[in-house]
Design a protein around this ligand. Sequence first.
Ligand code: ADP
Ligand code: ADP
Length: 222
Amino acid sequence: MIEFQHVFKSYGRGRNILADINFRVEPGEFIFVSGPSGAGKSTLLKLIGGLEPPSRGSVHVNGHRIDRMPARARPYLRRAVGVILQDMHLLYDRSAIDNVMLPLAVIGLDRRQARNRARAAMEKVGLAGKEDLNPVEISGGEQQRLAIARAIVNRPTILIADEPTANLDQETGRRILDVFRDFNRVGVTTLIASHDKPLMTSYASRTLRIEDGRFFDLRGVA
Ligand code: ADP
Ligand code: ADP
């Protein structure tokens, strides 16, 4: 569950990017976050992932008010929400599987268990056999899958992704969204920011649209 109540967001002393946003997302939904470039899609996702605090209002995730979460509770949020940002932040000084193991090291899982979990995550996104390659040695679509594997390795209940199909051809983009759909089918709440409305049509059943500082909560892909 995600709930925004009267959420405002500005950066520094700038204008409000988001103003008085209210919505609720139920477990298991697949949501398309749409709007023109610069509208605030990434900002919305970052508020859900606890990567940015709201300027005003409250954000609840799985029943916890995350905008007032003490520092010691951060690891819980990191486990609850899998985040895939536009810049995937892959590390190129280590293997693909070591990238996927990172979130498990953070929570203190021992290396053997972490390796097994990371291997399973890579298998789920179709990257079996690529464990020991460096991320530079795999394709753009595979790098996106790697970022997804790293985001789901902690078994989050929510997945948020910012333009996960940008820079990919149509066919590869579909395959990436199929990966998200597979996780959504086993109950993972999924929110994807994208410019590609035709592509999102076959996946999402609800759209949160931000445009000119206004917010629209729409059934279907709009
Ligand atoms: P979108 O994802 O829809 O392209 P963003 O959420 O990235 O939009 O950005 C919304 C607005 O907020 C833009 O005007 C952007 O320049 C601004 N912005 C985003 N991040 C920051 C930041 N860290 N500091 C200042 N301004 C920011
Ligand atoms: P405490 O540290 O208070 O003994 P917990 O270990 O259960 O209690 O949780 C630590 C913090 O993490 C609490 O503030 C709780 O609100 C938060 N928290 C626990 N589970 C989640 C979750 N799935 N999503 C978001 N926050 C959570």
